[in-house]
Design a protein around this ligand. Sequence first.
Ligand code: ATP
Ligand code: MG
Length: 669
Amino acid sequence: MSRLNPRQQEAVHYVSGPMLVLAGAGSGKTSVITRKIAYLIQQCGIQARHIVAMTFTNKAAREMKERVGSLLRGSEGKGLTVSTFHNLGMNIIRKEYARLGYKPGFSIFDEGDIKALLSDIMQKEYAGDDGADEVKNLIGAWKNDLIMPEEALERARNPKEQTAAIVYLHYQRTLKAYNAVDFDDLILLPVKLFQEHADILEKWQNRIRYLLVDEYQDTNASQYLLVKLLVGQRRQFTVVGDDDQSIYAWRGARPENLMQLKEDYPSLKVVMLEQNYRSTSRILKCANILIANNPHVFEKQLWSEMGHGDEIRVIRCRNEDAEAERVALEILTEHLRTQRPYSDFAILYRGNYQAKLMELKLQHHQIPYRLSGGTSFFARQEVKDLMSYFRLLVNPDDDNAFLRVINVPRREIGSTTLEKLGNYATERKISMYAASDELGLAEHLDSRYTERLGRFKRYMDKLRQQCAEDDPIGALRSMVMDIDYETWLRQNASSDKVAEYRMGNVWFLIEALKNTLEKDEEGDMTIEDAIGKLVLRDMLERQQEEEDGAEGVQMMTLHASKGLEFPSVYILGVEEEILPHRSSIEADTIEEERRLAYVGITRAKRNLTMTFAAKRKQYGEIIDCLPSRFLDELPSEDLVWEGQEEAPQEIKAARGNDALANMRAMLKR
Ligand code: ATP
Ligand code: MG
């Protein structure tokens, strides 16, 4: 275990009031948090269940849990919470849903659900869903700023905002009627709850005696307030952050929150860390010089003793295909030459769309990789179908889920029937599901249809009962068989292989649910909660990673790389319009893009390579690309530019005559 430097020690040992650790990349901020958790438990006698640490991603939460785990003995860590803001919010709602006016088993709407709902509302209210995306963004921004519909309506300054505010009002009402929440509500609702119910707030304040927050620069207004409410008068917290790594302004993050802390907590103790333990001096120098182009509130120095290090390479490639090929072959060669594991290499990029080509190249060369983010498991059709069934099981009021499953597989219930059912349900102020077997429905629908609807409802009711009474996982498994989902998949897939693959995802999903239930520490998790958890992906990401094994090149967006580190880092597409992103150039928010580049560069421990393409296909057209302005800002004496995209010689020679396979086999021996 590494020894903490004096400043880090100070940060770990200070427990007599609010504290902020403000420091640059790789200076040990996250390490301070993990060590402090152990210190609080072992030296200050605070029980783990009274400690909550917040991280930005599930991946970061997992890593932190592991790191803390290795510092603790026996059952010392039992009950410790390390989670994302959204996960914590969900747990709060899960325990307090009644006071929020929700019923048990609320649904969490994903992007697709939200879009469908908004479009639905706009169709009804305005006979068209033009600008639905804009409305969605406005609602998101309001929620992040804790502005409720009524207030949004008052504040609206132009017709566009007025429309959005009205849609917001309907949207929020419909969510409630569906017994559903959206992603932003996971923070917003707990904050509102705490503001309105002092007793509940007190309960949670007593539960959370010490709060730690990593990546504090990326908290938005609602998260800031959630922290403020939770720490209350006790004010026992440590937050760590780096204003230069603030990259979530688009989600309402406010680096000024770092400043606000001093005003809200006059006794705030601030510690700055200056030694970087991650990168070579050369990488660090580049990062420092780049970020110096941004205006600064806090002046920070960063130095490292990790040696001077190799130059930073900038590689110009013919086009995006050559770029991906070059990176894949280089990683392959390096791996074969040095025997370094593939997991030492990371490929970072600005947008998920850049990953596709890279994936193909890695697959082509049989290089194992792990992709974080991207098309999520939950975006897959079969997973959505199943999840909708689960959602309807736990929350019969979820009309969206009802509509998604009613004809999967086909039950011959047409859109006219559904519309009539919908109208009837609205009139009766009940959900479509509940309306499905009401006698009154017979006045509006032919008996053929009422029978079909009734049959579906009776089946689901029976299943719900099974889930509640005995083995819920078994019930779900038999449901998949009962509805003959596999046949449905086969009928709708392009090939049997595809259908098989999708069926595999279905079983994987149920398995994940089972594990969620089994791994629950507190032991009070219901199947409803487990499904809620799954929607937050937590478990699934973990499982997928466990399955893939740790071995593999890591691929992720620059945003997702925050907080992580890798011996060798490749940043793709360091070009104008990509990094900085075109929309940022247009909106004149280059500084945020520079911070993003800074985050990327500071992930590298020893080697950093940046690539760009001379030409690139965009919207079906080949366009000329310019290297990023950020490359010009880097110190030229520390860069080497390479203009040719050819692969390293030995690989090139090896290609085409199976020598590559031989080389691989030889090195394996
Ligand atoms: P980021 O801003 O990127 O999130 P960070 O400030 O959180 O970085 P850490 O991830 O905590 O930094 O630490 C960076 C690396 O330095 C880690 O590998 C960590 O183990 C190591 N490290 C931290 N403190 C020390 C120390 N005192 N001695 C040796 N290594 C250290
Ligand atoms: Mg960190």
